[in-house]
Design a protein around this ligand. Structure first.
Ligand code: FES
Ligand code: FES
Length: 174
């Protein structure tokens, strides 16, 4: 039995500790935001936050996530609500500003890569409130591998990150 906190809830997982975290999230916990793209840490479709840092859940084992906090795309609204101390009724209706910006900018094309893009954007914006285009490009192309979008939605992603950053900064001042 392995204990992992997923989207704020402590979960006891009955699976071998070498099971990829992605399989646990999708198959055991029915969290289908993270996608199986390459399975080799080469695309970013499977990304989640592990203790606030973006990781590739396709190559991370369940055992290496033991005792840590995992946030998936599904958990972003609650993460934001907790960070802002929103009351329960407001938290239940809210999306994370990154998700709102993605909708407002109509960012996805086929959508397959967008889980990883939003997770990466969240990680970046929790560190840098108003990133420049260069900082956004660096964030999405550094690390274990660049985040890949076969549909070429990169320009829309940059615009959405900037929109989300502006919204988060504004709400921090409110
Ligand atoms: S599926 Fe994990 S990086 Fe591609
Ligand atoms: S929107 Fe299709 S792969 Fe990125």
């Amino acid at each position: 039995m392995t204990t992992v906190t997923v989207n704020g809830v402590r979960r006891e997982i009955q699976a071998p500790t070498d099971t990829p975290l992605l399989y646990v999230l999708r198959n055991d916990l029915e969290l289908t935001g993270p996608q199986f793209g390459c399975g080799l840490a080469q695309c970013g479709a499977c990304s989640v936050l592990l203790n606030g840092k973006e990781v590739r859940s396709c190559i991370m084992t369940l055992g290496s996530a033991a005792g840590k906090e995992v946030t998936t795309l599904e958990g972003l609204p609650a993460r934001w609500a907790k960070q802002k101390g929103l009351p329960d009724e407001e938290a239940a209706k809210t999306l994370h500003p990154v998700q709102e910006a993605w909708i407002e900018e109509q960012t996805p094309l086929c959508g397959f890569c967008q889980n990883g893009m939003m997770i990466k954007a969240t990680e970046l914006l929790e560190r840098v409130s108003s990133p420049t285009v260069t900082e956004i490009k660096d964030a999405f192309t550094s690390g274990v591998s660049p985040h890949l979008c076969r549909c070429g939605s990169y320009t829309a992603i940059i615009q959405a990150v900037q929109r989300a950053g502006a919204a988060m900064a504004k709400r921090s001042q409110a």
